[in-house]
Design a protein around this ligand. Structure first.
Ligand code: E4P
Length: 217
């Protein structure tokens, strides 16, 4: 399973990328707005830092402008994945970009019918939004499970990218139900390695070790 980081904050990305565990980055217009920075400069910096796919989202809603925006974003670096919304025009743009060999992440997916269309349009990634479904009393993880099952049955190569993650449990469940990728906000990535029993166990080991008076080096 690949782990992407869901942020446009370059300092956060750099500080987590030194682990060697970051396979890619996703951004969206809200994350760019939150960073307060220019989208082109930000995506360029992220692409210089991370060699895996970096999603940059178009903001136009009509096909022609989406194509222009997507081409501009794609020219930033080879590892840019153009993010398009799961709309009629977004799917048309996805087909064009994918036929040109450009990676596409189809975003704002909320049911399996949408995911089938994205796969048929040649998307590299489909982004089902777990948290936003849970927020309205629906079942986000069930959607991940349904899409992975459908894609497996029909041999679609589009990767299922679990998005809108709200907890560490969402990441575990996404992995369990076959998501190829989870895109994770930095605070949950940090929370993934934390466990109170790890901390306690380490403190106990070190206390016992101190009593020996030994040093490995
Ligand atoms: C990433 O690709 C998505 O845009 C992001 O995960 C959405 O998360 P949110 O629902 O917390 O805004």
């Amino acid at each position: 399973m690949e782990l992407f980081i869901d942020t446009a904050e370059i300092d956060e990305i750099k500080s987590l990328n030194i682990t060697g565990l970051i396979d890619g980055v996703t951004t969206n217009p809200s994350l760019i707005a939150k960073s307060g920075r220019n989208i082109i400069e930000t995506i360029e910096e992220i692409c210089n830092e991370v060699s895996g796919p970096v999603s940059a989202e178009v903001t136009a809603t009509d096909f022609e402008t989406m194509i222009k925006e997507g081409r501009k974003l794609s020219a930033i670096a080879q590892n840019v994945a153009i993010k398009v919304p799961l709309t009629f025009d977004g799917l048309r743009a996805c087909k064009v970009f994918s036929e040109d060999g450009i990676m596409v992440n189809v975003t704002l997916c909320f049911n399996s019918a949408q995911a089938i269309l994205a796969a048929k349009a040649g998307a590299s990634f489909i982004s089902p939004f777990i948290g936003r479904l849970d927020d309205i009393g629906s079942d986000g993880i069930n959607l991940i499970s349904e899409i992975t099952e459908i894609y497996d049955i029909h041999g679609f190569e589009t990767k299922v990218l679990a998005a809108s993650i709200r907890s560490v449990q969402d990441i575990i469940d996404s992995a369990k139900f076959g998501a190829d990728v989870a895109t994770i906000p930095p605070k949950f990535l940090k929370a993934m390695y934390n466990h109170p029993l790890t901390d306690k166990g380490l403190a106990d080991f070190l206390a016992d070790w101190k009593k020996t008076g030994q040093s490995i080096l």
